[in-house]
Design a protein around this ligand. Structure first.
Ligand SMILES: O=c1ccn([C@@H]2O[C@H](COP(=O)(O)O)[C@@H](O)[C@H]2O)c(=O)[nH]1
Length: 605
């Protein structure tokens, strides 16, 4: 390079890491508080290992990548040695489904198999299984045979099993990883860890998830917690609020009234924290390599065993400015050899998967919930009103038959940004390999009743909170199957309302980002932002109905992920026909993760 400065050359790949962030990033507000035991926490990374590379805010806040993170961890480990304290690295699961790096593999590959090779290079003390490791048996098998063994006992699946053939060709159900781990830290602290998954029921055949309430009654569980460690570090893919952590916490507390308990959760994609009692803290650290969680505990010595513990927590924006600030490094001293290797390896993987393959240029930003639904700026409107009607009927023999299309809004996982729209953007916006199916000859008037009924069963009626009602039961069912998006949306809505979002955004002295209110003392966010705009979105979305009479027979098209509850509702809104799985046929070969690319080639090229 003929330049005097240490910038990276711009490569053709839109995913190329830039040493200097292309947008002005706000520095953290204050140094981290260290304790005797410190934890760096990731969760729900979903393949976002090259971070977020678009230039519209809030994306630059999260523009670090796994290589930067590895350098950060290495420097932090060194600081921990200098301070003579412990530092653990923990992950709460969901490594699959989310970007081209995890999902854009060529035919014959396995989701997240290649990205997992990079995660293995980080010194994780505990990684817990998530529900996205269980949607497809092949992925669970890969975790069981390739990932867990490489982690030498640190990959935990306390209540998640896989069914395999044993050496005698008999089927046996075995934990995907280990049920628990006991280990001793550099400073000699004895830790007992679990890796718990929420009561998920959407898992593939030949995988099993044991309800948390049953798990705590198991003999192995009693044995695992019997001996008192210095600290319980309970890791799991389970939200720290409104879920089953109290079941696990109480089971441990029943045996050890005073032992420090640290909970590291995930799944709802939010930043959250609470303190079950004075000697415990529970932290959840966001999603998609946007947030890095920090938790520290001043445990003191044995004379402090009945006192409240001083904990701190922080939600770090995942970028190089954050990392350099907290490690007191400069741009030219920050990168470690391991970190650079990881970044380079990820970029090579991106090139191998051809993730920069361009489908077109998005004319504007389309967001999931930062614009109202329906509207021109809504990616949900774009998907169901523009993209699906084009891509699903293209080259389809049913093209000329009127249809109504329905999908779940949770199938759309990320905003679309103005400018280049490539293979990686397509997968990030809509990563799931769900198929579109249909029932023929459904009267339009009947099909039109299904969408509002589905949403009533999910969204609106939820607010009535009529516990014990059929609707509540249905909502609980959806939660167990993995429908979790509502919690993240509610969190954004609350953030906007509580922090005068419109006023803060208008004043323009803060960049957009997360503004967290949780139940732990003090401010949790590491960097100040104005909250993102937030609009309520329905759980299910439908295309514009054809203008025809109610008795017109149409193709009723929907994504197979919602088949079970759609049939249930369809049979509730009418009683002329009992619809079953046998009425459902394949509508097209186009899968949900290909749909936006086909549309972009047609409309944005
Ligand atoms: O095939 C699928 C699988 C999942 N979804 C959506 O994902 C969420 C669950 O994902 P988390 O990362 O655990 O939040 C679920 O609510 C579905 O909306 C899907 O659409 N298709």
């Amino acid at each position: 390079c003929g330049d005097a400065h240490d910038h990276a050359h711009q490569s053709p790949s839109a995913l190329r890491k830039r040493l200097f962030p292309q947008a002005q990033l706000t520095k953290p507000t204050r140094p981290l508080e260290w304790g005797d035991l410190n934890i760096i926490h990731t969760t729900d990374t979903h393949g976002w290992l090259l971070g977020h590379q678009h230039l519209s805010y809030p994306e630059p806040n999260y523009s670090g990548d796994l290589g930067d993170f590895a350098s950060f961890v290495e420097h932090m480990k060194q600081i921990a040695v200098e301070k003579d304290v412990d530092l653990l690295l923990i992950d709460s699961g969901d490594l699959h489904d989310g970007t081209g790096l995890s999902d854009g593999f060529p035919a014959g590959g396995i989701d997240a198999h290649d990205t997992n090779q990079f995660l293995k290079q980080l010194p994780y003390d505990i990684m817990a299984i998530g529900n996205h490791e269980l949607y497809d048996y092949i992925n669970t098998w890969d975790m069981y045979t390739n990932f867990a063994p490489a982690l030498n006992g640190s990959y935990l699946s306390s209540n998640a099993n896989i069914t395999i053939f044993d050496e005698n060709n008999n089927t046996v159900s075995v934990p995907v990883g280990n049920r628990y781990r006991k280990f001793t830290t550099r400073k000699g602290r004895r830790i007992t860890s679990l890796g718990v998954l929420f009561d998920f029921t959407g898992n593939d055949v030949n995988t099993t998830v044991q309800p948390v309430a049953d798990m705590v009654k198991e003999q192995w569980f009693a044995e695992a917690i019997a001996e008192e460690p210095d600290v319980f570090v309970l890791v799991g893919h389970m939200p720290v609020s409104y879920d089953n952590w109290p079941t696990v916490f109480n089971a441990v507390r029943a045996v050890h009234a005073e032992t420090p308990i640290i909970i590291l959760g995930g799944h709802t994609h939010i930043r959250d924290c609470n303190q079950p009692d004075g000697r415990s803290m529970a932290l959840e650290s966001g999603r998609y390599m946007e947030t890095i969680g920090w938790l520290s505990a001043k445990l003191g010595d044995s004379s402090d065993s009945q006192k409240n513990i001083t904990f701190s927590r922080r939600y770090l924006d995942q970028n190089r400015v954050t990392y350099e600030y907290h490690t007191q490094q400069r741009n030219n001293s920050f990168d470690t050899a391991e970190g650079q290797n990881i970044t380079q390896g990820l970029q090579e993987l991106s090139d191998k998967y051809e993730l920069s393959t361009l489908f077109g240029y998005a004319p504007q930003d389309y967001t999931i919930s930062r614009n109202p639904y329906p509207s021109n700026g809504s990616s949900l409107s774009l998907f169901i009103n523009e993209a699906a009607p084009y891509a699903l009927t293209f080259n389809n023999t049913r093209k000329n038959i009127s249809n109504l299309m329905i999908t779940n809004s949770g199938s759309q996982r990320f905003d679309i940004y103005a400018g280049t729209f490539d293979k990686n953007d397509q997968i990030a916006a809509s990563p799931f390999l769900d198929a579109f199916v249909y029932i023929k000859n459904v009267p339009l008037g009947v099909a039109q009743q299904v969408l509002p009924a589905l949403n009533a069963a999910g969204a609106d009626e939820r607010r009535k909170r009529d516990l014990g009602s059929v609707l509540q039961q249905r909502e609980d069912e959806l939660w167990k199957r993995g429908y979790v998006d509502r919690r993240y949306m509610d969190w954004l809505e609350d953030m906007d309302r509580r922090h005068d979002g419109a006023v803060k955004r208008a004043s323009q002295n803060l960049t957009l980002g997360y503004v967290t209110s949780d139940s732990c003392p003090g401010v949790g966010d590491d960097t100040l932002h104005a909250p993102l705009a937030s609009y309520d979105i329905p759980d299910f979305i439908g295309s514009v109905a054809p203008s025809a009479s109610n008795d017109t027979l149409i193709d009723f098209v929907f994504v197979d992920f919602i088949q079970e509850q759609l049939l249930e509702i369809l049979n509730e809104v009418q009683n002329t026909t009992t619809y079953t799985d046998s009425d459902v046929e394949s509508y097209t070969d186009v899968l949900s993760n290909q749909l936006l690319g086909l549309y972009a080639q047609h409309a944005w090229n």
